[in-house]
Design a protein around this ligand. Structure first.
Ligand SMILES: [Zn+2]
Ligand SMILES: [Zn+2]
Length: 437
């Protein structure tokens, strides 16, 4: 099965090379030759660039994995270095299928990509914005006008504008409290913020893993798991926040989305549709190398299994990592399977799970065999497969709409936005909210 995936990749690469060679004469000046480093990356060492994902076929359902980095800056951002053409050169070398360009402010990348780029990497235009919530990346937008005004107003206004364009809103690096900002972005990850009616209700996903701001990843995961335990689910993503090749690694980590495909592996959705669907549902995993296929009763991450308490469900995991490591399968906070990985080998593990008495979720982390000092202790995180213990949940996974919720002191929908800037900094209140009985 991995043979099929690599054949598809090879075909894509050959097609890409053919297209490149056909347009090479016209674009010799605009486009760096594939073998030669572009001017801003002279001497840059690419490192291993072979990425191969385990295919995921669940009965009659087929998925093809497409990898994207959703937080990337080109020289359009004042603090980043590389022109778009050179960034795209690197994206191809890094084996990315899709790149979302998230420069600060309106992006002139769109024109360039439409007119000049002929390579194999799909692109979507987004933007990184800063407001009272810290930073957010918005993905797949067609119109930048009005975004700054919305950001200055509130996360709600931003979400309304972006969703009106069929775009996606992601809370960026919530582990980084930006200097001079009033609020710790982690407050936007609290239950009362993310639930329906809360000030962060429009946030589609959390960038829990950011290459640059990774130090608080473990705490953020704990807080996210706390939300899951209370029945509030917002999917996670991971991105590089790439600014320059010498200090950042494009595509580390990347999101492996499970895009609907036919039996031959051809994608039946556009990249834009797949991104919207997989990010909002969480049908993706975040990885810095390893590949995984995890299922529970024929459901994949981002999906919901309806189950009866006390019955048993079949679970299976296939995983591969060039560096080895250990697969940890969590049911709630408990590790229910621990599978060692031999470097470069695909490992399979099947087991059954007793359905707990209350709603729960299954998710996977891969623990690194050895941890470099500039990386988190894990090399892969999946979104959860949720277990909805019957009777079925009727209030969704973001709670009932209770309107504007006061939440922690000083944290209400009325108090964020424009007026935040004048407020004194407050410390984050991380007391767990009371559980429902
Ligand atoms: Zn940022
Ligand atoms: Zn950024």
């Amino acid at each position: 099965m991995t043979g099929t995936a690599s054949t598809v990749k090879t075909r894509c690469a050959l097609l890409g090379a053919l297209v490149l060679s056909l347009v090479a004469a016209d674009e010799a000046r605009a486009w760096p030759a594939p073998e030669r480093h572009p001017p801003t990356m002279r001497g840059y060492r690419l490192g291993p660039v072979e990425w191969e994902f385990l295919p995921v076929d669940v009965g009659a359902r087929h998925f093809r994995v497409m990898a994207f980095d959703g937080h990337v800056h080109s020289a359009i951002s004042r603090d980043a270095l590389h022109p778009i053409a050179e960034l795209m050169w690197l994206a191809e070398r890094k084996d990315l299928d899709l790149l979302v360009l998230t420069d600060h402010g309106a992006s002139s990348a769109r024109g360039y990509l439409e007119r000049e780029y002929r390579g194999p990497v799909e692109t979507l235009i987004g933007e990184e914005v800063g407001g009272s919530f810290g930073h957010a990346v918005v993905w797949d937008i067609t119109e930048h006008r009005g975004i700054s005004a919305a950001v200055a107003d509130s996360m709600d206004a931003l979400g309304t504008l972006v969703h009106g364009q069929n775009g996606t809103v992601v809370l960026a690096h919530p582990g980084w409290w930006i200097g001079r900002n009033t609020w710790d972005p982690r407050r936007w990850m609290q239950y009362d913020a993310l639930r329906r009616g809360g000030i962060g209700q429009q946030i589609d996903a959390l960038e829990l893993w950011n290459q640059v701001y990774w130090e608080r990843s473990r705490e953020l995961i704990d807080e996210w798991v706390g939300l899951l335990e209370r029945g509030l689910y917002v999917p996670i993503v991971g991105n590089s926040d790439f600014h320059r090749a010498y200090s950042h690694r494009l595509g580390d980590p990347r999101n492996a989305m499970l895009c609907a495909s036919d039996a031959a592996g051809a994608i039946t959705q556009s990249p834009s549709e797949c991104l919207r669907e997989t990010v909002r549902s969480g049908r993706l995993y975040v990885t810095e190398g390893p590949s995984i296929d995890v299922r529970l009763a024929d459901h994949v991450p981002g999906e919901i299994v309806d189950a009866i308490a006390g019955t048993r469900l079949a679970a299976e995991v296939r995983a591969r990592s060039e560096e080895g490591g250990t697969v940890l399968v969590y049911l709630g906070r408990e590790v229910v399977a621990r599978v060692p990985l031999a470097p470069g080998a695909t490992v399979e593990h099947r087991f059954t799970l007793a359905v707990p008495q209350a709603d729960s979720y299954l998710r996977v982390e891969i623990e690194r065999a050895s941890v470099p000092e500039d990386r988190p202790p894990f090399s892969l995180l999946t979104n959860p497969i949720r277990i909805d213990v019957l009777p079925r949940r009727t209030d969704g996974w973001r709670g009932p709409d209770e309107g504007s919720i006061p939440g922690p002191p000083g944290f209400s929908r009325d108090e964020v936005g424009r007026r935040d800037r004048a407020r004194a900094q407050r410390r984050i209140d991380l007391r767990p909210a009371p559980r429902k009985s």
